[in-house]
Design a protein around this ligand. Structure first.
Ligand SMILES: [Zn+2]
Length: 317
């Protein structure tokens, strides 16, 4: 018996080991490991996904985030790790307070508590060999209302799996970057909003200047209420379709006179000056702004309008 077989038999004493297969495989096998351009986009996609969750609440509110962080090869008696699982756990680390506990059968175990909603998770880590280690983050108690869409099967993946014994391929489906991004961001229909009012008659230039102060704090006043924001808080407008029902999203785009343009198979929305568009969510209000470099070294921010929301839950009672 080689070392790997010893480890495997210790971990799953009831599971017969496929001697022939294990002897033949010296390198771990992979299902579609991420490569090339997609590989370069991967760290950014993970970071942006967690930032997106944070802007709408916290990762705990998204069943599809939990779907990936909970994948644990030990549950299926296989020996693999999934890049999606590892990367999302790493990228979401600062969302949680960590309390290390007795390691049990693992190399490391901790109880994580969400800094936003107080949900608790068990995090564990073990290495099975030099090439394969796996981490998981499984919910113990979820306190955030689930606003993300339900998890689907087969499980979509972009980055892939690697291991000595891989799970059944039928349970996984390789998808491209944009499909994966949309899957992670999708909202539950009942968590989507309908629009009660679109107000865009008070379009206003909020900033006109150089790049240095473009990233500073800006503020706008609406209904005698002051709203402060930074450009880094603004969510790209195309994401609004994840939280608005489709017809309302189209209404907003038309009302604001935004023009759509496709680039790299993605649709973007721009203001009449050609500036990027985005939004900030403040409770039941969506504040829409456009921003960017209008001429070389000259940056502008416009307040484009306000959208009042009503959750579809309220509509249906
Ligand atoms: Zn949370």
């Amino acid at each position: 018996m080689n070392i790997l077989q010893k480890i495997l038999s210790r971990m799953w004493p009831d599971k017969p080991i496929n001697e022939t297969k294990t002897e033949m495989v010296s390198e771990p096998e992979a299902i579609e490991q991420i490569q090339g351009n997609a590989g370069k986009l991967w760290p950014q996609l993970c970071r942006e996904t967690i930032d997106y969750y944070k802007k709408l609440g916290c990762p705990c509110a998204f069943p599809r985030f939990i779907q990936y962080t909970s994948i644990d090869c030990v549950d299926s008696g296989a020996s693999f790790s999934m890049r999606e699982t590892e990367s999302f756990i790493q990228a979401s680390d600062d969302c949680f307070d960590t309390n290390e506990i007795d390691k049990g059968n693992e190399c490391y175990r901790a109880i994580l508590t969400c800094k936003t909603c107080g949900s608790t998770f068990m995090k564990a880590w073990s290495d099975f060999s030099i090439a394969i280690n796996r981490t998981y983050l499984k919910p113990l108690e979820l306190k955030a209302p689930q606003i993300g869409a339900d998890a689907e099967r087969p499980i979509p993946f972009m980055a892939g799996l690697c291991g000595y014994s891989l799970p059944d391929k039928a349970g996984f489906k390789h998808v491209d970057h944009d499909t994966f991004r949309a899957y992670l961001r999708a909202m539950k229909d009942c968590a989507k909003f309908s629009v009660t009012k679109i107000l865009n008659n008070n379009r206003e230039l909020l900033y006109d200047g150089n790049q240095d102060r473009f990233y500073d704090n800006h503020s706008l006043v609406f209904n005698k209420q002051r709203y402060n924001f930074r450009i880094s808080d603004v969510i790209s407008l195309e994401n609004l379709q994840h939280i608005l029902n489709e017809a309302f999203f189209k209404d907003v785009i038309n009302n604001m006179n935004f023009k759509s343009s496709a680039f790299d198979s993605k649709v973007y929305y721009r203001s009449k000056e050609g500036l990027s568009s985005g939004y900030l969510k403040q409770d039941e209000l969506i504040i829409i702004v456009s921003f960017g470099e209008s001429q070389p070294c000259r940056y502008k921010i416009f307040f484009e309008g306000i959208v009042e929301l009503q959750s579809c839950k309220q509509n249906t009672g």
